[in-house]
Design a protein around this ligand. Structure first.
Ligand SMILES: [Zn+2]
Length: 271
């Protein structure tokens, strides 16, 4: 599943190829995605210039002229590629935004991704309205954030992936950040001291920044832009390592379920 660093890597790679260019057309081959592609969407974006490509949590926002926007989510298996407009497509290619000389195409076998559109501030859209602060912003994780974390009774792991306390942190990076901060994923937010909450804020940003640096360096050819997280797996300390030895202390990494989601941690390093 494309996580925040992967989505940001895709955004950075696509940005120079899209911004400033005009959308000739939007071709939709499969409108039945997680949410149906609105039937009038193609007509409302044709002819408009792309003014910016932004990201909020794991959503990509194509800002178009006049306040129109497109909202893209890659779901579980979505990949975006730059292709020749209309070039040979496969069963799981669902839509393509055509510019004059190239196109951005979605390939998504599981169809949990989506393409929506709107007008006005995209942050007011119900999918974006309740999102918390962006963890890659330089001011993320300060005293105010620590206080918000400490006001909650739920297990800290659940709080991190919930989206309201911090935007776009998925299962992998929640486990990794908690390991980095030495905090047990089951610990209630309100039972984390201020100093440790601040350390966690820094750990979240650091783990995402490191993954981003890794992704950026593996992305050699813009024609192969995709959401494949393979390049990021190398540095995981706990995620997916149940039964293996902790790289810090040698204790066996455990896998537990918190809020139906697999959670990996070291019972010795994380308290
Ligand atoms: Zn350990």
């Amino acid at each position: 599943m494309p996580e925040l660093p992967e989505v940001e890597t895709i955004r950075r790679a696509l940005e120079p190829h899209l911004v400033g260019h005009r959308i000739c057309s939007l071709a939709v081959w499969q409108p039945r995605l997680r949410y149906p592609v609105p039937p009038d969407l193609a007509g409302s974006v044709s002819g408009l210039h792309i003014t910016a490509l932004a990201r909020r949590a794991k959503y990509l926002i194509f800002h178009l002229e006049g306040g129109t926007w497109l909202l893209v989510h890659l779901g579980m298996s979505g990949r975006l590629s730059l292709v020749e407009p209309g070039s040979g497509r496969t069963l799981h290619d669902h839509w393509e935004i055509r510019l004059s000389h190239q196109a951005v195409r979605l390939h998504d076998p599981r169809r949990f991704g989506f393409l929506l559109g709107g007008h006005g501030p995209p942050g007011l859209h119900p999918l974006l309205a309740d999102l918390g602060p962006e963890p890659l912003e330089p001011d993320f994780g300060g005293p105010e954030w620590a206080q918000a974390l400490r006001a909650r009774a739920a297990p800290v792991k659940s709080l991190l992936i919930d989206g309201r306390l911090v935007a776009g942190v998925g299962n992998i990076y929640a486990s990794e950040a908690l390991f980095r901060a030495g905090i047990n994923p089951r610990r209630p937010g309100r039972r984390i001291g201020t100093a440790r909450a601040l350390i966690l804020g820094t750990a979240i940003r650091t783990v995402l920044e490191e993954a981003l640096a890794e992704g950026g360096s593996t992305l050699r050819d813009y024609r192969h832009i995709n959401g494949d997280p393979g390049g990021f797996r190398v540095h995981w300390q706990v995620y997916g390592r149940a039964g293996e030895a902790c790289r810090a202390c040698g204790e066996t990494i455990r896998r537990i379920r918190i809020g139906q989601r697999s959670t990996f941690f070291c019972p010795c390093c994380q308290r």
